[in-house]
Design a binder for this molecule. Structure first.
Ligand code: CP3
Length: 343
C-alpha cells in the first residue's frame, strides 16, 4: 500500500489536507542555500556536485517539512549534455551556444551519450534516496522539449520565444529534428533518474503558453505524450506531472492528451475554473501566485485557503503557480504551510 501523501494524491486519492511542495523550494530566498552555493563556487558547479546538490535539496525539507523533495538541477543540463555550451550570467540568467542552422545541429551528440555528463545528477538522487525522511517523495524532472528548444535556439531566455517561432516558420524540418533529439535525450535522462531513485518525474514546459493551435498540439502535447508513454513502458506505474505553463484553455483535456497523472496549473488560471475543467480528469497541482511569498499577510492566508477549498473535491497537490522568487520571505512559506494544514 502506498503511504506517502504525494503518491496517494497522484494515484487519484482526495486527501483532507493536500500534500505540499514548492517549485524552486531550494533557492536563493534561503540563506542556507546561498551559503552552500558560495561553497560550490557557482550555480552549475552546485548542480554537478552530488553531495552539495543533495544538501540543498534537503534544506527546504528540514526547514519546512514539505511532502516532496525535488532534485536540485536545471532543465538546461540536457542541452549541455548534448554538446551545447552553457553558462550563467549573474543577475541575468542562462546563456547557451545557439542552434539556428543544420551545421549547428550537426554538432550535437546523440541522445544515448548524455549520461557521461549527467552521471553526477543520478548520484545526487542516489544520495537523496538514503537521506530523505520516509514520508517525503523524491521528484525528478526535466524541461519539456519545446521549452528546452526555445533556450537552445535563442541561446538565452526570451520574453516571447520569437527565435524559436522564427525557426519554425523558416526551417520547420530543422526545428522538428531538434525537438526530436531533445525528446529522445529527455526520455534517456528521466529514465536514468527513475533508476537512480526518483519516484515521480515532472516535465516543465514553462513556455507552452506561446504555442497556439496546432503548434501547441504538435510541439507541447505530442512530445510530452511520447516521453510519458515511453517512461511508463520502461517503468510501469511511474507517476508523471506535466506543467504546460500558461496553456490557458489548452489545460482542458491535457491529462488524456498527454497521459500525465497530474497537470500543474499556473496562477493565471482561476482555481474554481481549473477544478471544474481540469481536475475532473485527474490530479492537479497548484496554484498560489508566488508573489504571496513576498507580500505575506492575511491575503496569503485567505488565498491559500481559497485554493485548498476550490480543489477540495478531488486529488490536489498544493504548490505555487510558478517558482518562488529570490526576494521571498521564508516566514511566508511557513505561514502558507500553517494556513494549509490548519484550515
Ligand atoms: O524547483 C527546484 O527547486 C528544483 C531545481 C530547479 C531549478 N531550475 C534550479 C535553479 C528546477 C526544477 C528548475 C527548472 C528550470 N530551470 C526551468 C523551468 C521552470 C521555470 O522556472 O519556468 C527553467 C526555465 C530553467 C532555466 C533557468 N535556470 C533559468 C531561466 C534560470 C535563471 C533565472 C533565475 O531564477 O535566476 C535558472 C537558474 C536556476 N535554476 C536557479 C535555481 C535555484 C537560480 C540559480 C542561482 O542560484 O543563482
Amino acid at each position: 500500500m502506498t503511504q506517502k501523501t504525494l503518491l496517494r494524491a497522484l494515484a487519484g486519492e482526495r486527501l483532507p489536507v493536500p500534500p505540499i511542495w514548492m517549485m524552486r523550494q531550494a533557492g536563493r530566498y534561503l540563506p542556507e542555500y546561498r551559503a552552500t552555493r558560495a561553497k560550490a563556487g557557482d550555480f552549475l558547479s552546485l548542480c554537478y556536485n552530488p553531495e552539495l546538490a543533495a544538501e540543498v535539496t534537503l534544506q527546504p525539507i528540514r526547514r519546512f517539512g514539505f511532502d516532496a523533495a525535488i532534485l536540485f538541477a536545471d532543465i538546461l543540463l540536457v542541452p549541455q549534455a548534448l554538446g551545447a555550451d552553457l553558462w550563467f550570467v549573474t543577475g541575468e540568467g542562462p546563456r547557451l551556444s545557439t542552434i539556428t542552422s543544420e551545421v549547428d545541429f550537426s554538432r550535437l551528440g546523440p541522445a544515448a551519450d548524455i549520461h557521461e555528463t549527467l552521471n553526477p545528477i543520478y548520484e545526487t538522487l542516489r544520495i537523496l534516496t538514503g537521506a530523505l525522511p520516509r514520508e517525503t517523495t523524491l521528484i525528478g524532472f526535466a524541461g519539456a522539449p519545446w521549452t528546452v528548444a526555445t533556450y537552445m535556439i535563442a541561446g538565452r531566455g526570451t520574453p516571447d520565444q520569437a527565435p524559436a517561432h522564427a525557426l519554425i516558420s523558416e526551417n520547420r524540418a530543422l526545428f522538428e529534428a531538434l525537438l526530436d533529439r531533445i525528446t529522445e535525450a529527455t526520455i534517456e535522462y528521466l529514465s536514468a533518474q527513475v533508476s537512480a531513485g526518483a519516484e515521480v518525474v515532472k516535465l516543465f514546459d514553462s513556455w507552452a503558453g506561446s504555442l497556439q493551435g496546432a503548434d501547441f498540439d504538435a510541439y507541447a502535447t505530442a512530445p510530452t505524450k511520447r516521453i510519458i508513454s515511453e517512461l511508463k513502458a520502461r517503468h510501469p506505474g511511474l507517476p508523471v506531472i506535466a506543467f504546460p505553463r500558461e496553456a490557458g484553455e489548452k489545460y482542458i483535456g491535457f491529462h488524456q492528451a498527454s497521459g500525465a497523472d497530474c497537470v500543474a496549473i499556473d496562477n493565471s488560471v482561476d482555481a474554481d475554473w481549473a477544478a471544474a475543467h481540469v481536475q475532473i480528469d485527474g490530479c492537479v497541482q497548484g496554484n498560489l501566485a508566488p508573489g504571496h511569498m513576498v507580500s505575506g499577510g492575511q491575503a496569503l492566508i485567505d488565498e491559500t485557503r481559497r485554493i485548498k477549498q476550490a480543489f477540495a473535491k478531488g486529488p490536489h497537490i498544493f504548490n505555487l503557480g510558478h517558482g518562488i522568487t529570490p526576494d521571498a520571505n521564508p516566514d511566508n512559506v511557513q505561514l502558507m504551510i500553517d494556513s494549509l494544514r490548519s484550515a
